[in-house]
Design a protein around this ligand. Structure first.
Ligand SMILES: NC(=O)c1ccc[n+]([C@@H]2O[C@H](COP(=O)([O-])OP(=O)(O)OC[C@H]3O[C@@H](n4cnc5c(N)ncnc54)[C@H](O)[C@@H]3O)[C@@H](O)[C@H]2O)c1
Length: 461
């Protein structure tokens, strides 16, 4: 099928490249000419494992191209909207101006029977709003197919998703023809077009759920809200563990063994960041407020404040480890990306903590395997060093803030030779504390401070 993908960021570029790998003929359209030129050259404008290879393959087969001209979307039967929906500059709600603008630009190039399907994460009610823009073309089908990919594993997540969700007008009832005996017949409308797009995935047994627009919009928001809730829950427990002399890693391991709870997203640490979860829970909060559902509004507020509190808490522990003041201390921060296996620094907890320490007077050097170039352009007030070994030289405090495998696997003996003082704050709770302590390191985590609490109790008692 001929497909256009509007907006070629983390979501759209991966979506376009994977669709081409499934055999479709795809044009990716973006308003950023530099991004389009790079993608057209077969190179991803950001680090995402496996994407460069897919872009090169798509280019070689001639099935994948990129353009800044919306006119190039003409002739495609399916148009996916993948533009950004960032937090509004003036409120907690999502900024839908990019979606509105992309829809208006696409409108003159649509033909009878085309399908326009959004993948961006949007507040409930957005599809109806876009429907009003597209009302000038009643012969065009509209749908919403929210995306659940995770940066770092985006290619795999797109090719082998847990599920496909189709939001269609009228929900399941309108999506299928009815047989004379009243049973469900063949898919029709936008459901049929989406089924044709995802035919290889459906054949492989990926579940597909068809629902109405509002449900599809809420499935994505509620899923993110639940993940954020799990992270903030265990982070709140980590604070409780520190206060009570318990160990949060043991606590979460035991909790996670209960299949009703599960251990995914139940790992205490510095908390979540990035271009999705933080803005999505704020948008969800704003939606609940608009719909006057106080419980969800309050809930999301608490989840957000626990998450942001972890950043302040980490900076406080760092100061504590430096004897109460960090001014003038040499500090090395391991990690700048918001999570491992990406170079994305949007709302990065690691950089947030680094900036807090720098503004408290510390000499902060940040290192990261992939995110140094984009970081130093955004934050010239911090010092960046691509080589972890050079970044660690002379450190009086090391903070592990993004759990890249290469930092988890650092040799405490080798790092000990580089630093001035063997003190590490493992704000992701991933280091083997015993192995580091055996090399003479003072190790602090978040919610794992039971040994220190015990020492205090013993000396007090
Ligand atoms: N990044 C993720 O992991 C992820 C996962 C699931 C869902 N989402 C959702 O997908 C959407 C996009 O996220 P992203 O991370 O790819 O954002 P992004 O900022 O990386 O990409 C957005 C792209 O849209 C382009 N754009 C903006 N206005 C445009 C217009 N009018 N016409 C054409 N292109 C335009 C931008 O130039 C940019 O390249 C968001 O709603 C996000 O919440 C993202």
């Amino acid at each position: 099928m001929k497909i256009s993908v509007i907006g070629c960021g983390y979501l759209g570029a991966v979506h376009a490249a994977t669709l081409a790998s499934m055999g479709h003929t795809v044009v990716g359209i973006d308003v950023d000419p530099a991004r389009v030129a790079q993608l057209a050259g077969g190179r991803a404008p950001f680090f995402e494992p496996g994407l460069d290879e897919l872009l090169r393959d798509g280019r070689a087969t001639g099935r994948l191209r990129f353009s800044t001209a919306f006119a190039d979307a003409a002739g495609a039967q399916m148009h996916f909207l993948c533009v950004g929906t960032p937090q509004s500059k003036t409120s907690d709600g999502a900024d839908l101006s990019y979606l509105v603008s992309a829809s208006k630009s696409l409108l003159p190039h649509l033909s009878r029977g085309d399908a326009v399907v959004g993948k961006s994460t949007v507040p409930v009610g957005t599809v109806d709003k876009l429907g009003r823009i597209l009302a000038a073309r009643p012969d065009v089908l509209l749908g919403w197919n929210p995306e659940f990919l995770r940066q770092g594993t985006a290619v795999k997540d797109t090719l082998v998703p847990d599920r496909l969700v189709y939001g269609v007008r009228g929900g399941k009832e309108g999506a299928f023809a009815r047989r004379s005996d009243g049973t469900q017949g063949a898919a029709r409308g936008v459901t049929a077009v989406l089924d044709a797009v995802y035919e290889p995935l459906l054949r492989a047994g990926i579940p597909r759920l068809v629902c109405n627009f509002a449900t599809a919009e809420l499935i994505k928001s509620a899923s993110n809200a639940f993940l954020a809730t799990k992270v903030s829950f265990i982070n709140a427990m980590s604070e409780l563990c520190d206060a009570a002399g318990a160990d949060v890693t043991e606590l979460s391991e035991a909790m996670g063994m209960d299949p009703r709870i599960g251990n995914r997203y139940l790992h205490a640490g510095l908390g979540f960041g990035g271009g999705c979860l933080p803005k999505d829970i704020r948008s969800f909060r704003a939606q609940a407020q608009a719909l006057e559902v106080r419980s969800v509004e309050d809930w999301m507020g608490v989840v957000d404040s626990i998450n942001l509190g972890q950043r302040a808490r980490t900076a406080e522990v760092a100061k504590e480890l430096c004897g109460g003041s960090i001014a003038g201390r040499t500090v090395t921060v391991l990690g700048a990306a918001f999570k491992p296996d990406t170079d994305d620094i949007r709302d990065s907890p690691a950089l947030d903590v680094a900036l807090r320490l720098a503004s408290a007077g510390a000499h902060v050097t940040v290192t990261d395997p992939k995110a140094i170039n984009n970081s130093w352009m955004r934050f010239p007030q911090l010092r960046f060093e691509a080589s972890a070994a050079r970044a660690l030289e002379g450190a009086e405090l090391v903070l592990l803030l993004t759990e890249w495998a290469q930092y988890r696997d650092l040799s405490p003996a080798a790092v000990g030779q580089l630093v001035r003082r063997r003190t590490v704050l493992d704000a992701r709770n991933v280091l083997d504390a015993a192995a580091w302590q055996a090399e003479g390191w003072t190790v602090r985590g978040l919610g794992t401070n039971h040994a220190a609490a015990l020492t205090e109790q013993i000396s007090a008692g």
